[in-house]
Write a protein that binds this ligand. Structure first.
Ligand code: SF4
Ligand code: SF4
Length: 350
């Protein structure tokens, strides 16, 4: 039986919920090496709901520091190609101030590992996370056009060094395979505790959608699969997204609601908008059908600032600059890195 807690909270009082979470899931942190990883997708303001809110991160940091760890590192690996955006992303999101003296660029020092994967031969993984005695993941409650949702399992994709994320998208080639790659990365270092920022949640075509929901929840658990299962249920998925099913089938956690002890009210969010692409419905047939069936990124000319970020970060060179960025359907592998990283939220999925 796994336990997931769902608590009412605002950004002003979330420290109270987080204090309760550390009592509910007690961790022996004294003298231990601890890493906290928020979801820092890219530079964004906290109000955009794209990244973990700084109030939540700050409350988690404070609870850990109280327990006198030997060391504490707070960081992430934003972006898909490089680490250049790390400090800027932390500054812009307010997370640098929340991390304080504990901030570290997780991409600055990596370890080469062989992992059991069809899509990644040699993984470059953040050394800090591999060395940690205790790893705390602090994702956002968001939808994701590629994987259905972005929460506990997806936050671990940030274990991969920047360029390797793009390479993994390219090698997977479609959402069905990418779900498997994501679970393989998740398994490299499963978090000991996951605390979800669901105060301001994201619906629609996440993970960088304009559609936000004032959900007012902080959730937590020590089983990432159970936590994602509960989040998927709240979002109203008719079937569990493939990442959750795969992770459960491989023994990384529990995905049956009947075997999850839920503390708090579990309700489907009324009218919650799911992403247009349901990853469970996609099969490997997509590889051949890709160019005619899949949802595609589409640039809103009114919002595009012609910054070129989407072109720079497309792992399959499917975007070119004409008057505005243009997608080649035959090259697009529907990874949605462009949509994730567009600073103007100018890319929609159609
Ligand atoms: S990243 Fe966004 S704003 Fe920049 S060129 Fe691409 S669509 Fe335009
Ligand atoms: S155009 Fe966008 S969705 Fe398509 S492959 Fe490039 S980054 Fe991925």
């Amino acid at each position: 039986m796994s336990t997931v807690t769902i608590m009412d909270a605002s950004y002003e009082n979330c420290h109270e919920a987080i204090e309760r979470i550390f009592n509910l899931f007690p961790l022996d942190l004294e003298g231990k090496k601890v890493v906290i990883k928020p979801n820092v997708l890219r530079s964004a303001t906290p109000e955009e709901g794209v990244t973990t809110h700084p109030a939540v991160l700050k409350a988690v940091v404070n609870e850990v520091v109280k327990r006198r760890p030997a060391s504490l590192i707070v960081g992430d690996n934003p972006g898909v190609f490089s680490y250049g955006m790390n400090e800027k992303a932390f500054e812009d999101t307010g997370l640098m101030e929340a991390a304080g003296i504990y901030y570290r660029n997780l991409g600055a020092e990596t370890v080469a590992m062989d992992i059991d994967s069809s899509y990644i031969e040699h993984a470059l993984i953040s050394r800090a996370i591999l060395d940690a005695d205790v790893y705390i993941s602090v994702p956002k409650f968001k939808t994701h056009g590629l994987t259905g949702l972005s929460c506990a399992i997806k936050n671990n994709f940030g274990l991969l060094a920047g360029a390797l994320k793009a390479e993994t998208h390219k090698r997977a080639g479609n959402p069905f395979n990418f779900a498997e790659a994501m679970v393989e990365v998740f398994a490299i270092r499963i978090p000991d505790l996951v605390i979800v920022d669901g105060v301001l949640a994201m619906e629609g075509n996440g993970p960088a959608s304009k559609d936000l929901v004032n959900l007012g929840k902080i959730m937590a658990g020590d089983d990432s699969v159970a936590l994602d299962t509960v989040v998927a249920h709240m979002m109203g998925f008719p079937d569990l997204p493939r990442t959750i099913e795969l992770a459960a089938a491989r023994g990384y956690g529990i995905s049956e609601l009947s075997r999850i002890n839920i503390i708090g009210a579990l309700e489907v969010i009324p009218g919650f908008k799911l992403p247009q692409m349901d990853s469970r419905a996609l099969t490997s047939v997509i590889t051949t059908m890709n160019s005619i069936t899949a949802v595609r990124p589409w640039v809103d000319k009114e919002l595009c600032s012609l910054c070129g970020t989407c072109i720079e970060h497309c792992p399959n060179e499917a975007l070119t600059m004409d008057e505005y960025p243009v997608v080649s359907p035959e090259l697009c592998i529907t990874c949605f890195c462009c949509q994730e990283l567009c600073p103007q939220k100018a890319i929609e999925l159609k």
